[in-house]
Write a new protein. Structure first.
Ligand SMILES: NC(=O)C1=CN([C@@H]2O[C@H](COP(=O)(O)OP(=O)(O)OC[C@H]3O[C@@H](n4cnc5c(N)ncnc54)[C@H](OP(=O)(O)O)[C@@H]3O)[C@@H](O)[C@H]2O)C=CC1
Ligand SMILES: O=C(O)C1=N[C@H](C(=O)O)C[C@H](O)C1
Length: 275
């Protein structure tokens, strides 16, 4: 629907932030797929990857794609842009993907309300699939969390605990926020209404019905999330453990393909996975 002529058969994918942890994983997953073509690779202006062959920069065989910092020219070639970078970069890419009528798959977390408004504006022109976690397991856990929260009610205190690698820059994680939102929805409320500020010092007793978050940072932890429902005398713990970033990249590629026949609008992984 988005491009015509010779581009129609296999969607052309542009990956952003290709030198990053997720960027490199996305390049591997996209390049291994026979359903899409990798047509462009973007990095931040000033990166020493700019101008190099992407495959060689990743320490492997040449891929015949030069890493570029020209987002306008590169995104113009795309049917889908897969983007796990930083909030500022993602907001800029959203506008360019919308101009190119390309599907924008956003994995970037730590987006502010203002960023989300700009992304919403871009989604008036092209499909945007955004999720704080693109894995099948976490998106299933989101649905389970909603159901358990609805079933257990306010006598059960909800706490979300997450652990990530030492390089992660945002907290709570995007996944933790998705899980907190699901718990709040299960109780017929919004997370904004129930969220407890980060605890330190004399916090006072826990407020009934509130949802708390704790973040651990260390080592090379890919991503671990517990949703704890704690009552008097018992606890229910829902857990997801990620040990390979390929789960996120596979979900993002699935979203890019899924989005090819969708109209403008904001979608999430529950839409993509039919959950
Ligand atoms: N939704 C999901 O399933 C998942 C989401 N994430 C999220 O994805 C994001 C990236 O994570 P991760 O890969 O670990 O982080 P990295 O820091 O390893 O990678 C981010 C990359 O984006 C690059 N970048 C920054 N600005 C630009 C720009 N303007 N143009 C092009 N590239 C740019 C960075 O370059 P430089 O380092 O030079 O600044 C870096 O190479 C985070 O927000 C993370 O939370 C991660 C995993 C799964
Ligand atoms: O930064 C990461 O690494 C991850 N970020 C996402 C998040 O913020 O939840 C997803 C995953 O947990 C890895």
């Amino acid at each position: 629907m988005w491009k015509t002529g010779q581009d129609v058969e296999k969607p052309g994918i542009v990956v952003t932030g290709v030198s990053g942890r997720m960027g490199q994983m996305l390049v591997k997953v996209v390049n291994a797929s026979d359903q899409v073509r990798l047509v462009g690779a973007l990095e931040r202006p000033g990166s020493d990857w700019i101008g190099r062959d992407l495959g060689e920069a990743m320490g492997g065989a040449p891929l015949g794609i030069q890493v570029s910092d020209d987002a306008v020219e590169t995104i113009a070639k795309a049917q889908a842009v897969i983007d796990f970078t930083s909030p500022a970069a993602t907001v800029a890419f959203a506008e360019l993907a919308a101009q190119a009528r390309a599907v924008h798959v956003i994995g970037t977390t730590g987006l502010t309300e203002d960023d989300l408004l700009k992304i919403r504006a871009a989604a008036r022109h092209a499909p945007i699939v955004r999720a704080g976690n693109m894995s099948l397991g976490v998106n299933l856990l989101v649905g389970l969390t909603r159901r358990v929260a609805a079933a257990l009610g306010e006598d059960w205190d909800v706490e979300v605990v997450e652990a990530h690698h030492r390089m992660k820059v945002d907290a709570p994680s995007g996944t933790a926020l998705m899980l907190g939102e699901a718990a709040a929805e299960g109780r017929g409320q919004t997370l904004d209404a129930l969220r407890t500020p980060a605890r330190e010092g004399i916090t006072g007793a826990r407020e009934r019905g509130s949802i708390g978050f704790s973040a651990i940072r260390g080592g090379d932890v890919v991503g671990e999330h517990d949703v704890i429902f704690a009552a008097d005398g018992e606890r229910v713990v829902l857990r997801h453990l990620a040990s390979d970033r390929a789960i996120f990249a596979r979900g993002a590629l699935r979203a890019a393909i899924w989005g090819q026949d969708k109209g403008p609008g904001e979608y999430d992984m529950a839409d993509v996975l039919g959950l």
